[in-house]
Design a protein around this ligand. Structure first.
Ligand SMILES: [Zn+2]
Length: 708
């Protein structure tokens, strides 16, 4: 799983751990040399900024950050009215300065003296998701806007009166204005409320780490997470598209500009990774298999697209179908099912336990289902919550073809020296115990040794031992966020230890242009859901094609039940519901007429944009006209390209063949996830073609991707 880079900025507080009589005042901060002298006098009170402040907002924020760090790295900076913008570990001494008592020009002069605006602009550059916990005067000191990028997201927790101060350039922004009603609603005092809400959000993130990505893509999810306080909020937001649409990224309309989101998800998709100058790995003849993670990616097979109605009385687990039930043959060689996903709901677990994994996912028995624990689900625990004995029984009982030993992730804060060694030892011990107990128990499934590490050498050392003690299949974890080049270095270190019969899996990595290089170095399988999920999570690469070209899907959000975007627009008084319903129907009709050849590109585009022009989410109750114009220009370019090139007409997959233009309409799970299935089909075909090319070069027969 990948995470946005997170920054939290909070204000300094009057309450500090010490209040010596000679603490610094504003005058002391004017001259650096004088300041240094005064600081020396107070050195007994010096401590890192994070520890000096004791106000409620600060304490709650620090607690929130600690929770966030159980999931991924997060940086914490403080806006100090004395020191300016400082990192949490900067040693400081007590002072008595606040922006709250400064006014107008005086405030701005002081803020400029402290270089706050430029410091803020420089700081935020390195982050994707930025939480700003500042009251009115501290916010004024920032002198927004500063330059930002469309792939950045800001969440402001601030006071009600500051709406006009919040301008962030190209980034997405969500503001949670706080006053007494909010304090009552969230049952916390107004003074520390900003920090309290950050902590409350962090608690939700612990239950559902996908929330971070969800908020990064749709910052409104932040408030929903606080209100819903449900572990499923992120999933709803990410998967149930009719409820909340991702806010389209505001980026230039130049077609050749790479979407930052694409860079994040498929970092090096555009750069072909050269094949290292080493002989082919001895296991090259084993071919390469693509696994898809099972994340309940199903659709309603009887969905009526014309009326947008679901099958009557449908029971999702039983009636909905997976991609492999729509295509003649699956678009993946195998499925990876994590224990955390099985345990995600009681109903699902009971069903899997009752029928076994193959029948549960209705996957052909000649294709493998791989099981792992889903180390991510317990990343914050000191030790994995399972024992080797119970996991062996679980894989056996549920009929897995492959079972992965119990590992512990070494990423983010857990890759620090001192922490990583413990996790490395745990993974190593489990790796040894797993194969020993597997032999003793005479289990039929094939054991996979999970290997973790923090650099090429640590990975290689464990991989070497795994192969020596008899594993014929090993899997490298913790590399999903690494660049392809970093992965290449790890693979080069593991490579000398591979035997002709060793299989090597990469967890969570699918990069089409790195595949030949990975295979050359001995990777025989990998898993990823990225092609599927980009159908609705990417800002514009929603529909993929065999040439590698991608298209934006046309957003026609529902105005009826569950259409949250439209509801908010109506509530803000931007348009009335009947107008929106009429425009929505006209847009859909135009797209269908276009698909039948009865309407021109121009007329179709006009109908789509007529609806689209109302769909920018209102901000502070009104429409940002500049924002709206930009959105419309961008959509006009992207949609025209899609309509002119009609890529769905050139796709021979059953989804594009059956649904035609519905496939490229961004609207609801049934269209969006089917488009994801199409993307998976495209990815798998491109992957197979790459493999075939590799075979041609080496004149070696491709071993079929079926398991023994
Ligand atoms: Zn298709």
């Amino acid at each position: 799983m990948s995470y946005p880079r997170i920054l939290v900025i909070s204000s300094c507080t009057g309450e500090k751990s010490a209040k010596p009589a000679n603490q610094l005042t504003l005058e002391d901060f004017r001259d650096p040399r004088h300041l240094a002298r005064r600081e020396a006098e107070l050195s007994a009170f010096s401590r890192p900024a994070a520890e000096l402040y004791t106000g409620a907002q600060h304490l709650r924020a620090v607690e929130g950050i600690r929770l966030l760090r159980q999931v991924c790295p997060a940086d914490f900076w403080i806006l100090s009215a004395g020191y300016g913008l400082i990192p949490e570990d900067r040693p400081i001494v007590p002072y008595e300065v606040t922006f709250n008592t400064l006014k107008g020009a005086e405030l701005l002069d002081w803020a400029r003296h402290l270089n706050i605006r430029s410091g803020f602009a420089r700081l935020v550059k390195g982050y994707d998701l930025i939480f700003v916990l500042l009251g009115e005067n501290y916010l004024r000191a920032l002198e927004l806007p500063v330059p930002t990028r469309p792939d950045q997201t800001f969440v402001f927790l601030t006071s009600t009166s500051t709406a006009k101060l919040i301008k962030v350039g190209q980034a997405k922004v969500h503001t949670l204005p706080l006053s007494n009603p909010e304090a009552r609603r969230y049952r916390y005092g107004l003074v520390g409320l900003k920090g309290f809400l950050l902590k409350k959000f962090a608690e939700q993130v612990l239950r559902d780490p996908t929330l971070l990505e969800a908020v990064w893509r749709q910052p409104e999810v932040f408030t929903r997470a606080l209100e819903g306080a449900q572990p499923t909020v992120a999933q709803e937001a990410l998967l149930e598209i009719p409820q909340v649409l991702p806010k389209p990224k505001k980026i230039s309309t130049q077609k050749d500009e790479a979407s930052p989101v694409e860079e994040e998800e498929d970092r090096e998709d555009e750069t072909y990774l050269p094949i290292p100058d080493l002989p082919r790995a001895p296991n090259f003849h084993l071919g390469m298999q693509y696994y898809i993670p099972e994340w309940d990616d199903r659709v309603d097979p009887g969905y009526d697209f014309l009326s947008d109605t679901a099958t009557h009385n449908r029971k999702p687990y039983l009636h909905d179908v997976y991609a492999h039930e729509i295509y003649d043959t699956p678009n993946y060689d195998g499925v990876l099912l994590s224990k955390v996903k099985v345990d995600a709901s009681k109903a699902k677990r009971a069903l899997v336990e009752a029928v076994g994994v193959h029948r549960f996912i209705r996957f052909p028995t000649n294709r493998p289902v791989m099981g792992d624990c889903g180390a991510f689900g317990y990343i914050k625990e000191e030790e994995p919550p399972y024992t080797t004995a119970e996991i062996l029984e679980y894989y056996h009982r549920l009929g897995f073809d492959y079972g992965v030993s119990i590992d512990h992730l070494i990423v983010g804060p857990w890759a620090q020296p001192g922490v990583r060694e413990k996790r490395y030892d745990i993974t190593w011990r489990n790796l040894e115990a797993f194969i020993t107990a597997h032999r003793r128990g005479g289990y039929a499934f094939i054991p996979i040794g999970a290997v973790q590490g923090w650099d090429p050498e640590s990975y290689a050392a464990m991989a070497k031992v795994a192969i020596e003690i008899g594993y014929s299949y090993i899997a490298l974890g913790g590399l999903a966020r690494s660049t392809s080049r970093e992965i290449l270095e790890v693979l080069k270190a593991v490579y000398p230890h591979l035997k002709a019969h060793t299989r090597l899996h990469l967890f969570g990595v699918a990069r089409i242009n790195a595949i030949p290089a990975f295979r050359h170095l001995g990777v025989t399988s990998f898993d990823s859901a990225s092609p599927l999920r980009r159908a609705w999570l990417d800002s514009k690469a929603n529909y993929h094609t065999l040439s590698g070209k991608t298209y934006a899907a046309i957003r026609v959000p529902p105005s009826g039940e569950g259409g949250i975007r439209v509801r908010r627009i109506v509530e803000a008084g931007i348009a009335d519901l009947s107008t929106l319903q009429r425009l929505e129907a006209a847009a859909l009709q135009a797209l269908r007429d276009f698909d039948r050849g009865h309407l021109s590109v121009e007329d179709t585009l006009a109908a789509v944009l007529d609806y689209d022009r109302f769909l920018g989410l209102p901000r502070e109750g009104g429409v940002d006209t500049e924002d709206q114009a930009r959105r419309l220009r961008r959509h006009a370019v992207l949609y025209r390209e899609l309509l002119e090139e009609r890529p769905w007409k050139h796709c021979d997959c059953p989804i594009c063949q059956d649904l035609g233009i519905e496939t490229v309409i961004f609207r609801g799970n049934n269209r969006n996830r089917r488009r994801g299935f199409h993307n998976t089909y495209v990815f798998y075909r491109r992957f197979r073609e790459l493999l075939a090319e590799g075979e041609k070069d080496g004149k070696i027969e491709l071993m079929e991707a079926t398991h023994a």
